[in-house]
Design a protein around this ligand. Structure first.
Ligand code: MLT
Length: 398
């Protein structure tokens, strides 16, 4: 009989968004004909941008002739895409090299898989509330997790506590689920802490394209010293509507090294390359070709147009919450709006209430950690007409 990974016994039966989908499907079956408006999972609704679509078609056509056909790709991803990403970072004032960039099928896989590089006896520091993948992937390997509180008092932007030692720190900014975004000074405090503790920061910047405040950092590598202590995960899911198309990229600076117990220097870039070449065969040429078009002037302009569309939804949601006197976070530099559940409800009760009475689906804050138990997340990724209708229903309910 195989010995199973019994850490799975410590986990909730379903992944958060699978649980929500399950509950909503059940409700839909029991209430046929009702129009349910889904503002739960952060999944985009706008079609792909024209530039990316055209390039995806070209990618498909390339497969039709043996002189343009593409088989296995280079291990880090195609150079044309890695160079486009380097240029994108440069346009935000951040310098990285193509050797630092690894193309993948999304930030979710990479934030989950990165745990392969670290021993199981590390101390992990995770903000609460937070994207559940960080917690779940460490629980799966039985690691010790310390939580750092995000709450209304610190605007859901916890800062390092020098009395606590951690080896691995997860940060997400703009944050999923709270929408709060770290300033440069706050991120510098984390980088300083990591350097002092010889820790590594696993930085999720999947929502950087939603930052509207020009002073906020879009990458941890905007902070001096970060290349010696951080790995950054990013994705085209929310930037360019690639949630179904799948394309992510992870920046593992070549400067990022730690000393092994033998005294040898180990490069995380080389380790990640070794891990990916063993367990992953890359993202298809077609998708990478489409992704490169996202980073062109035309592609970026089209992405910005879609992002503005979603920001208008965020504005509508924020306006309704303000009208109701409900304090909220996010929505300005993020597609997520995070607010305290009305009428003193806990978040799963509020989830059921909103579904039962308004046929609106959101995400209960409890799914992101204990500090979310009285909070709720709505996304701005719906269509305008649905978001507007959801807010009209909300207006009547509270
Ligand atoms: C979310 O709703 O939190 C995200 O869409 C989940 C994800 O990106 O995996």
């Amino acid at each position: 009989m195989p010995k199973l990974n019994e850490n799975y016994l410590k986990m909730k039966e379903n992944y958060l968004f699978a649980e929500i989908a399950h509950r909503v499907d059940k409700y839909a079956k029991e209430h046929p004909g009702q129009k349910i408006i889904r503002l739960g999972i952060g999944d985009v609704t706008r079609p792909l941008e024209a530039a990316a679509l055209k390039a995806l078609h070209e990618g498909v056509d390339a497969m039709a002739a043996s002189d343009t056909f593409m088989g296995y790709g280079p291990e880090h991803g195609y150079l044309f895409l890695r160079e486009a990403i380097v240029a994108y970072y440069a346009s935000n004032g951040v310098s990285i090299t193509p050797e630092d960039v690894f193309i993948s099928d999304g930030a979710k896989s990479d934030t989950g898989n990165i745990t392969d590089l670290f021993a199981d006896d590390n101390v992990i520091l995770i903000p609460d509330p937070v994207y559940p993948v960080y917690v779940d992937s460490n629980v799966m390997s039985g690691r010790r997790i310390l939580y750092i509180d995000g709450n209304a008092d610190n605007d859901f932007l916890p800062l390092p506590d020098k009395h606590i030692h951690a080896d691995i720190i997860y940060l997400c900014s703009p944050n999923n689920p709270t929408g709060a975004a770290y300033t440069k000074a706050q991120l510098k405090a984390w980088v300083d802490y990591a350097l002092e503790n010889e820790a590594v920061i696993l930085y999720d910047s999947a929502y950087e394209a939603y930052i509207t405040d020009p002073d906020l950092p879009r990458s941890i590598f905007a902070i001096e010293g970060a290349k010696k202590c951080a790995i950054e995960f990013c994705s085209l899911s929310k930037t360019a509507g690639f949630t179904g198309t799948r394309l992510g990229y992870t920046i593992v600076p070549t400067e990022l090294t730690f000393t092994a117990s033998s005294g040898e220097t180990m490069s995380l870039n080389a380790m990640w390359n070794r891990r990916q070449t063993t367990k992953f065969n890359g993202t298809s040429y077609i998708i990478q070709h489409g992704a490169a078009a996202v980073f062109t002037k035309e592609g970026m302009a089209q992405c910005r147009e879609n992002i503005r569309y979603y920001q208008e939804n965020a504005r509508m949601i924020g306006q309704m919450l303000t009208k109701k006197g409900i304090r909220f976070f996010g929505g300005k530099n993020s597609p997520y709006i995070w607010f305290e559940c009305p009428m003193g409800m806990d978040s799963w009760t509020f989830f059921d209430y909103l579904l039962d009475h308004g046929q609106i689906v959101g995400t209960p804050g409890a799914g992101f950690g204990k500090n979310g138990r009285n909070y709720f997340r709505l996304t701005s990724f719906g269509l305008h007409e649905n978001t507007r209708e959801a807010m009209e229903r909300f207006d009547k309910l509270f």
